[in-house]
Design a protein around this ligand. Sequence first.
Ligand code: AGP
Length: 603
Amino acid sequence: MCGISGVVSFHPIGDRLYEGVRHLEYRGYDSCGVAFLTDHQIEIRKDVGTVDEVDGKENIRQLSARVGIAHTRWATHGKVTRENAHPHQSCHADFAVVHNGIIANYKALRDELLRTGHQFYSETDTEVIAHLIEQHFSESGDVERAFVSALRRLQGSYALAMIATHDPERIFCARHESPLIIGAGSESNYVGSDFNAFIEYTKNTVILDDGEYGMVSKDSYSVKSLRSGEVIEKAITVVPWDSELSRKGGYPHYMLKEIHEQPQAVRSALNIDAEEIGAVADVLAQARRVYLLGVGTTYYVALLGQYLFANLAVLDVAAVSSDEFRYLVKTDSQSLVLAISQSGETYDTVMSLRHAKERGAQTAAIVNVMGSSIARMVDRVILQGSGPEVCVVSTKAALVQMLLLTRLALALGEQRGVLSAAARQRHEAALAALPEEIETIVNEKSGLIRAAAYRHAHMQNWLFLGRGIYYPIALEAALKMKEVTYVHAEGMPGGFLKHGTLSLVDHNLYTLVVVPPTTAAELYAMTMSSVEEVKARGGFVLGFAFDGEEEIFDDRVTLRATHELTAPFLPLVCAQLFAYFTATALKRNIDKPRSLAKSVTVA
Ligand code: AGP
């Protein structure tokens, strides 16, 4: 959602504050602002627009201040206006706050503060925090006490950072259900929503937990418990990623870079120790009921996992979208909930896990971001090691999650005695060939896929069809298309078509069909019957297909399958490229498409 960056240093911080918030733009990018301290006064510079646009007007990089906080916003409360952009300050401009999350009781707090004479300048929930701190400061005269008293009154979720004229050498920060970390550097310390805010300067991070607050000065930091006020000794987590990995490196967009990084990301995932996978397979095997949990793309990953577990391990598991999990599933101590999340911070998934834990369930997760909330809250975690995924649209992380679920299903199949050791080895050999197969697609098919994307970029309505395990692939392919092109694309199982949706088929709608190889004979035949149904009504069909009938398609991207297990991954890579090139044809904001944020940390 929103991105928070803060720097306190012996040196001018303009550059670092700007860089910090720019590298967090994938979390939100409709407005941006900074607050900094000079001569015991807080100055605020903010506006609507990207970090670069706001910097162009407000010269953030030129700041000579040594203490400051910055924010890039993804609007939740209040329109996208300069007034609603963060930071927000108190009536006397002696406290400034940036915030990510939602303050659930902000209306009650606002009414109370209005009654005591405070004036509000924005529609945001955040502004109440600044006034609340000021109110408590007027009673205690102590910044830390005022900060703590205000935090104790907040309900909802927050990651926040604050500066105060009465304590001009420090940044105060805190978290509750929304991530915030401290970066421990030399001659400068940092706060950030994640380490992209400061990874160029330090890899040493201190991860705040819920109910903790931090005070960061240029040469030290401390973390305390919000409940007791006691100092908490926190371990330093060293981020294993390089700052270079987080940068674009010659590609026009992160999305394309990350699609191209997939062979390497798959290799890393194949190198994850078999024992680590086996340990999670053990808990899956012991559970009476297994739920796979994700939302958006990761729900589709979970759905694919459902097919993998059924096919390879003969185990019925339920894939549940984490935004609905709480309303649908009543877990108990015999349940195992396996969450899937790139960021490890997605609110719906975090809350579902919490719900499951409260009911005694065992938990596990596949997560890309080390030290993230989900990675830390589950009983067992597999860190997928895909490297930073900066584009808001998930590509390599999702594909690697699918691969890891395949590895888990294989391990589980053998444990359950439904897959022989020899069969497992054959499957694993197929997985080992996957990086090269993906390389072949990105190197040899990109031109063809680009041409197809440009040919069809005028089409505003798409159906994406797949059957069996190709159905979640079709869903994910359609989501990629929607997210990055703003074109309507609806994924569905091929069998669904004749139950209503066929009525849509005309010259204003194209159909993309993910066709399995002919070796999956039944699935192939059933998928082709869906193609026939569309063709019989004069519909246009683009096939992502392996071998088999050629003539029936109006347009086609042909792939080479070497193994039934890895075949579904290949049209997914094509679909990522198809969405990417359609978006370039339509001149979309590819890495930061509208109305999306990388890590959705609000309900
Ligand atoms: C992916 O392209 C989307 N931006 C979105 O659906 C995402 O997968 C979802 O919000 C879950 O995010 P997570 O993996 O960080 O939990």
